[in-house]
Design a protein around this ligand. Structure first.
Ligand SMILES: Nc1ncnc2c1ncn2[C@@H]1O[C@H](COP(=O)(O)OP(=O)(O)OP(=O)(O)O)[C@@H](O)[C@H]1O
Length: 247
């Protein structure tokens, strides 16, 4: 199995806090895995996921993405690595006054030259990708609607389309359904799983809802106080294990 993500003795300590948010983590994630990360609030899930695209830098140890070390923001290779990673967020991080299509197109920014982005010049390929993914997430009829006029579930579908037009090999979700009702959450996970399978992605998602993790993940990682306390299959996620994660 191809290793896509590789943490070696990785730690994160935020300035001013006495405890580590991530403690000496050594872990590998392989191509094609659909990983759900569980843990109590403050367990380090967000910090963990943000180390993958350099939104959070390590204070010790190393993390490699596709064999490439993630270093400081000045590192010119970081832009390239980031362009291969799509991310969706709990609060969507969309531009409310812009349309669905305009928001989705911003997903192409990492692939294009800055001056083109500033002038809003997109290639036929960019436009075709946006059209394709808006349709994939069921938002074809909404492409000219301002995002502020959408429901939470629709906003997250824009978030998914924006991440997918990057043509990522890795898809990250930082609590992408925490603001949504259970039915909508399940629908969002269905879309994520379909994208994962169709595009042969490696997917890592933080989630509070254990049932969703059990339904969709191929591997579950449980974090507590910045450490991995469980790493295994859905079948081995027993009541006892859950108690140890959420203790
Ligand atoms: N910017 C920051 N500065 C200082 N401490 C932080 C910062 N971000 C997170 N922390 C602390 O690091 C620890 C891990 O936080 P993190 O957000 O990664 O946890 P989480 O499991 O994602 O929690 P939640 O489910 O509430 O989002 C917590 O103790 C948190 O208070």
């Amino acid at each position: 199995m191809t290793v896509i993500l590789d943490w070696q003795r990785a730690s994160v300590k935020y300035p001013g806090s006495k405890d580590h948010a991530l403690k000496n983590m050594s872990l590998q994630i392989h191509k094609g895995e659909f990983v759900c990360v569980l843990g109590r609030s403050g367990a380090g899930k967000s910090t963990f996921i943000r180390t993958i695209n350099g939104l959070q830098l390590l204070t010790a140890g190393s993390v490699k993405v596709n064999g490439q070390l993630i270093r400081g923001n000045q590192d010119s290779k970081l832009k390239k690595v980031r362009s291969e990673i799509g991310m969706i967020f709990q609060h969507f991080h969309l531009i409310p006054r812009m349309t669905v299509k305009q928001n989705v197109m911003t997903g192409r920014f990492g692939k294009n030259k800055n001056w083109r982005n500033i002038l809003g010049i997109f290639s036929d390929n960019d436009k075709a990708l946006a059209k394709y993914y808006m349709s994939e997430v069921g938002l074809k009829e909404f492409e000219d609607r301002r995002v502020e006029r959408l429901s939470g579930g629709q906003k997250q579908r824009v978030g998914i389309a924006r991440a997918m037009v990057q043509e990522p090999s890795i898809l990250l979700g930082d609590e992408p359904v925490a603001s949504l009702d259970p039915t909508t959450s399940d629908y969002i996970f269905q879309i994520l799983k379909r994208m994962h399978d169709e595009k042969e992605l490696t997917t890592i998602i933080n989630v509070h809802d254990v049932e969703l993790a059990k339904k969709y993940a191929s591997r579950i990682i449980g974090l507590r106080e910045g450490k991995v306390v469980f790493d295994g299959s859905v079948e081995s996620l027993t009541e006892e294990v859950l108690t140890s994660i959420y203790r």
